[in-house]
Design a protein around this ligand. Sequence first.
Ligand code: ZN
Length: 309
Amino acid sequence: MQGDVLIREVGPRDGLQMVRTILPTQQKLDWCRLAVAAGLHAVEVTSFVPAAVIPQFADAEAVAAGALRIDGLDPSALVVNLKGTRRALEAGLRKLTYVISASEAHSAANARRSTDMAIAEYARIREEFDTLFRTGEAELAFGIATAFGCTIQGAVSTERVLRLVDAACELGAEEIMLADTVGYAHPDQVSALFVKARARAAVPLAAHFHDTRGLGLANVLAALQAGVRRFDASLSGLGGCPFAPGATGNIATEDLAYMLEAMGWKTGIDLPALLALQARIRPWLHGERMESAVVRAGLPLTMASEESH
Ligand code: ZN
C-alpha cells in the first residue's frame, strides 16, 4: 500500500515564464479552476518578479487575488527577494517559495548577487515572516536551484547544496526544495543528495525536476525511494528556453500523475479530467512546445476505464 504524494502544478509559473504567449489573467485563473476540478489543488500561480524582467507576470497581484477566490485551490507563488515577498503577502498569498541558486555563477547571472547575499536576503524575509505569522499561518519554502548542476559553471558540489540545506534549517523553512533547474540530474545523484538532505532536515523535502535529458521521471522514482513525497510538475512539460534548442520544461504533470497512480500512490488527481484540462489549455498556447507521453498515447484501458470521481 503506497501513501500520498503531493503534485504541485507549476505550469502557470515555471511553464509560462519562458513561453512567448502572454496568457490573459482570466485564462491563468481558468487554468487554476480546471486544475482543482482535476484534483490538482496545489498550484504555483505566479512569480513576484519585476514585470520588466518577466512580462508574463505583470499581473501577479491580479492572479493572486483571483486564485484566492477559487474554492479548493491552494495557491503559492515564487519570490526572489524581500520586495517581491511583501507584494505577494500584500496580495494575500500565504504560501511562498524563495529560490536561491546553489551555483555561484547562476546566482550572479540570474539574480546579480552571490549565494551568500541570497542567504542574507532569505534571513530578512524569514524574519518578516516570523514577525507577521505564527506557526501554521503561512509557509515559506526554501528552494535550491541548480542543485544538481549548472549550465554556466557545470558541476555544483554536494557540500555546497548541503550548506544551503543547513542554512535553511538554521533560519527556518516550512519546506526545502531541491531543483534540477537545467536537467542535469541523474537518478543516483538524486538519491544520494536527497538521502543526505533528509538526514539533516526535519521539514518536508520537495523535488523539482526538468526533463531536459529525458531523466525526469527516473529522477522522481529515485527521490521517491529516498523518501520525497512532494513534486513539482508542469502541464505537458511546458517551459524551456526559446534560446536554447532542445531545452524543455519541467516533467509533465500528466506523465508524473500517471506514473504515481499506476504504482499505487495517491495523488488525488483524476487522470481523465487532467487530460481534459490539457485539451482545453493547449489551444491557448498555440505554437508552444507541449509534450506528454500520456497525452500522445492515451491512458491504458486499465486506467482509462476507472470511474472518475
Ligand atoms: Zn524549474
